[in-house]
Design a protein around this ligand. Structure first.
Ligand SMILES: Cc1cc2nc3c(=O)[nH]c(=O)nc-3n(C[C@H](O)[C@H](O)[C@H](O)COP(=O)(O)OP(=O)(O)OC[C@H]3O[C@@H](n4cnc5c(N)ncnc54)[C@H](O)[C@@H]3O)c2cc1C
Length: 409
């Protein structure tokens, strides 16, 4: 049997697993990262239509890792956020909420970036880091935890001995299942259709979210006057819309979007993602920890999933690097509990906030509609409250890790 010794094994090499591998690898850890996808699927530039709204904390971390300088040219700052009610959703207290003044005052806090650019820049860095071994087209068949080590056996017979296993294989997660981690789950019976639009009117750096009864439609600005869209709706509606030809689909979208970008066309294919909430009941076990979507899969309504995962990465990296400098066992419960204590509150707040936002914005209950409209009118007049909300979403308030403050560990 072939064997290998590493400090950490990361199961799942998406953006979250990849970022953690890069930080640990550049700080002297020997890292093995395992992904079930073939190399060309991970690095591929095509078929990748997902885009992310990155907050300031995430951009600062990417800046420290020198990834930001590679993707900045392809990123698009957001200078105006407009939240609007869609037709029919509330005839009692309509609402429109604009964050333009606040964003201008605070300079650029949010940037849009396409997944393909982020992944390309990240994986180029991983490739040249000699401490990282990226194992493609592989999965873990068995794991064995003893007091002194954490072993995984891969499908090709390779055994990797390490001090800590990290699960970042998304959701549902086979690593979490192997470690008997349980989840609190909620099915929204919704799916998001995502894609990229070309349009004739200038987006003027404006991000718009229109709340419709079956879910929100977000149109977010991308470089070269294009926009990314995330249209969340009931599963049966998504099934129907996916079957429409492109022009019919775009007509329906433009109708919901009130023609704000003029004539629109699809740049590439559209894809659909099922939406659910899954919150793990535990994020650590002896010699095992989970991060990113493996620990918390949330509703995309506020574009916070990746940002939350990036804060996991920054916190875990800081704890592991400091523990190693002190000569502590990085897989011990004592060290991992520090991570759990640090992350629990942030994770829970974001999970509750996104769940609440989806329910409140898509509700057709008359009493709720009244209070929602009233609340938004009040909020729209208060720069102080808007400033507070934007700061909270920026990922730089509270006890945030060094990397998301823009500092090295
Ligand atoms: C429609 C939509 C829009 C979104 N928009 C935003 C946004 O604007 N901003 C934002 O912050 N977040 C957004 N998110 C959330 C964001 O996409 C996720 O939070 C993020 O992609 C999670 O990254 P991850 O690396 O944890 O998981 P994943 O991206 O799921 O990566 C998991 C990796 O593990 C690998 N893997 C899976 N199983 C195994 C296995 N058994 N063995 C080995 N490898 C395995 C996979 O191949 C993959 O590479 C959005 C989500 C959706 C659905």
């Amino acid at each position: 049997m072939k064997q290998m010794k590493k400090n950490v094994v990361i199961i799942g090499g998406g953006i979250i697993g990849g970022l953690l591998a890069l930080i640990l690898g550049t700080n002297g850890f020997k890292v093995a990262i395992i992904d079930r996808l073939q190399e060309d699927k991970i690095f591929s530039n095509s078929n990748n239509v997902k885009s992310y709204a990155l907050n300031e904390g995430s951009c600062r971390l990417l800046n420290v890792l020198k990834i930001w300088e590679k993707i900045r040219i392809n990123s698009q700052p957001i200078s105006r956020i407009l939240l609007k009610q869609g037709s029919k959703i509330s005839s009692i207290q309509p609402f429109e909420l604009s964050f333009e003044k606040i964003l201008i005052k605070n300079d650029h806090i949010f940037y849009m970036i396409e997944e393909k650019y982020l992944k390309k820049a990240l994986f180029e860095k991983i490739k040249i880091c000699s401490n990282i071994e990226y194992l493609h087209s592989r999965y873990v068949k068995q794991k064995k935890i003893t007091t002194s080590s954490a072993k995984v056996l891969l499908d090709n017979g390779l055994e990797i001995n390490s001090d800590l296993i990290i699960g970042s294989d998304g959701y549902p997660s086979s690593s979490a299942r192997q470690f008997k981690i349980k989840y609190l789950k909620y099915n929204y019976f919704q799916s998001s259709i995502v894609g990229i639009l070309k349009h004739d009117l200038d987006h003027e750096n404006e991000a718009v979210q229109i709340f419709l009864p079956s879910g929100p439609l977000a149109i977010l600005p991308l470089s070269n006057n294009r926009s990314s869209f995330v249209w969340t709706m009931k599963n049966n509606e998504a099934e129907r819309r996916l079957k429409l030809d492109d022009q019919m689909f775009l007509n329906e979208m433009n109708c919901a979007f009130q023609n704000r970008r003029g004539k629109i066309e699809l740049e590439d294919k559209k894809y659909s993602f099922p939406i659910s909430l899954a919150l793990s009941q535990k994020i650590i076990k002896e010699k095992f920890v989970i991060i990113g979507d493996t620990a918390h899969k949330i509703h995309p309504i506020a574009g916070q999933g990746l940002n939350l995962g990036i804060r996991d990465v920054a916190a875990l990296a800081e704890i592991l690097i400091l523990a190693r400098r002190l000569g502590e066992d990085i897989g011990s419960k004592m060290v991992l509990k520090r991570y759990e204590r640090w992350r629990n509150l942030d994770i829970l707040s974001v999970v509750l906030f996104t769940d609440f936002a989806n329910k409140i914005f898509s509700s057709e209950n008359y009493i709720l509609q009244f209070f929602r409209g009233f609340g938004f009118k009040f909020l729209n007049r208060s720069d102080f409250l808007k400033q507070y909300l934007i700061k909270e979403a920026s990922g730089i308030t509270g006890d945030v890790p060094k990397l998301t403050r823009g500092e090295k560990i």
